[in-house]
Ligand binder design. Structure first.
Ligand SMILES: [Ca+2]
Ligand SMILES: [Ca+2]
Length: 70
């Protein structure tokens, strides 16, 4: 999964910003609108720095797999 993260971290700073995050989902075939994207970033951004690091990304994917019904 780290390769996936690197691939979508287009400016190479080690974090996903909103644009990179949106692109990643588009490529994975998930079409989020901006509002849902922001919501997901807010929920996934555990340390509240406004961007998603690898650990947050991985945790988000794990919880998305487990928690589909809620
Ligand atoms: Ca980045
Ligand atoms: Ca963060």
């Amino acid at each position: 999964m780290r390769g996936v993260f690197k691939r979508f971290d287009t400016n190479g700073d080690g974090y996903f910003n909103e644009i990179e995050f949106g692109c990643a989902f588009t490529v994975m075939g998930v079409d989020f609108n901006k509002e849902n994207l922001r919501k997901l970033i807010r929920v996934s951004d555990k340390n509240n720095d406004g961007r998603i690091d690898y650990n947050e990304f991985e945790a988000m994917l794990n919880s998305a797999g487990k928690d589909e019904e809620s």
